[in-house]
Write a protein that binds this ligand. Structure first.
Ligand SMILES: Nc1ncnc2c1ncn2[C@@H]1O[C@H](COP(=O)(O)OP(=O)(O)O)[C@@H](O)[C@H]1O
Ligand SMILES: [Mg+2]
Length: 335
């Protein structure tokens, strides 16, 4: 892809975020590295609890502390390592240059302020717009995200809007300062299927129009297939596979990725034969020395339990699996 010829806009290196609870202490994000290129859409996919949200929060310095803390790694953006940036520097980046759509739309809008006030707040804070200019820009933004009668809607409170409309408002707030990077954490998960498709269309259209780089976080590979150029598959805090979307869909190399793909509905909407991967994401506080996926893996052999395989890179593809060569058979043959 042509974007790859340029320098990355965001470079994450060995990012490691520790969570401490009363009973355990673990790396919710474990040595995660990736580049995001200008104009690129990168999908981060994995089941619930794999560390996707924690990765996004770590990038922006928003890990709740306690229980969380970044213990290693770097996040390079515009010549600066955000992990080492001051809170003041981070505040200038957050929302303005790197915007985030949070996983829970209801908890991210403040119920006691109108949506107009909430958009204007962002504009006044980052762009230093006056009251009137902020209001005009807020109307433009609401129109851009497809909210009907935007001028009247400015005076609505969040509870007066449907889930889909609230998510459009969240997108408007995220786009208010023309960010270079948008981190969208499960932006459609809370919505019903028809509205999900509309919001995804909207994000796709805005991404193309504004040329933003987007990280789309989802547990749904269908969304990745539709929207992303490249994908990182996360499992239990680690990246276990990375590649161009076509390559991953054509020949998934990690048994976990294969399981996720097999769970996708086919064209007729039937859930794949292998449907869900057996078992569940492990308790992060109680990981053994071996591959984190081994307890659920159909290809497991004794050596898999001895050491966690590193992410091995070949060109644009990377996979962390000792059995990858076997697993990377074309999808039809292994399914
Ligand atoms: N505030 C928190 N306190 C304790 N553990 C947390 C907290 N937030 C997330 N976790 C744990 O961190 C791990 C990663 O969570 P998260 O990043 O939210 O996963 P995902 O977004 O992939 O569903 C999980 O084991 C989750 O239980
Ligand atoms: Mg999450």
């Amino acid at each position: 892809m042509s974007a790859r010829e340029r320098d990355p806009i965001l470079s994450v290196r060995g990012l490691t975020t520790e969570l401490r609870t009363e009973s355990s202490r673990f790396h919710a994000v474990d040595a995660v590295s990736f580049d995001l290129f200008p104009g690129e859409v990168l999908g981060i996919v994995g089941e619930s609890g794999c560390g996707k949200s924690m990765t996004a929060l770590s990038i922006l310095g928003l890990v709740p502390r306690p229980p969380g803390r970044i213990v290693a790694g770097e996040v390079w953006f515009e010549g600066r390592d955000l992990v080492r940036a001051s809170e003041r520097e981070l505040q200038r980046v957050r929302g303005a240059k790197i915007a985030m759509i949070f996983q829970e739309p209801m908890s991210s809008l403040n119920p006691v302020f109108t949506i107009g006030e909430q958009i204007a707040e962002t504009l006044r804070h980052h762009e230093r717009l006056g009251r009137r200019a902020a209001r005009e820009r807020a109307v433009e933004l609401l129109a851009k995200v497809g909210i009907p009668s935007p001028a009247e809607r400015l005076d609505s409170y969040p509870h007066e809007l449907s889930g889909g409309m609230r998510q459009r408002v969240m997108i408007a707030i995220a786009l208010a300062c023309n960010p270079k990077v948008l981190l969208a954490d499960e932006p459609t998960t809370a919505l019903d299927v028809t509205i999900q498709a509309q919001i995804l269309d909207l994000l796709q259209r805005l991404q193309a129009e504004l040329g933003m780089a987007v990280v789309i976080i989802t547990h749904d590979l269908g969304i990745v297939a539709e929207f992303a150029h490249r994908v990182l598959v996360m499992y239990a805090g680690r990246v276990i596979e990375e590649g161009a979307v076509e390559a991953i869909f054509e020949s998934p190399a990690h048994p976990y990725t294969r399981g996720l793909l097999a769970s996708l509905p086919d064209l007729e909407g039937e859930i794949g034969r292998l449907s869900a991967i057996p078992g569940s994401v492990p308790q992060m506080g109680a990981l053994g020395p071996g591959c984190r996926f081994a307890p659920r893996c159909g290809l497991v052999e004794p050596a898999c339990l001895a050491a966690d395989p590193p992410l091995a890179r070949t060109g644009a593809r990377a996979v962390a699996c000792r059995r990858a060569a076997l697993a990377a058979a074309p999808r039809e043959r292994v399914a």
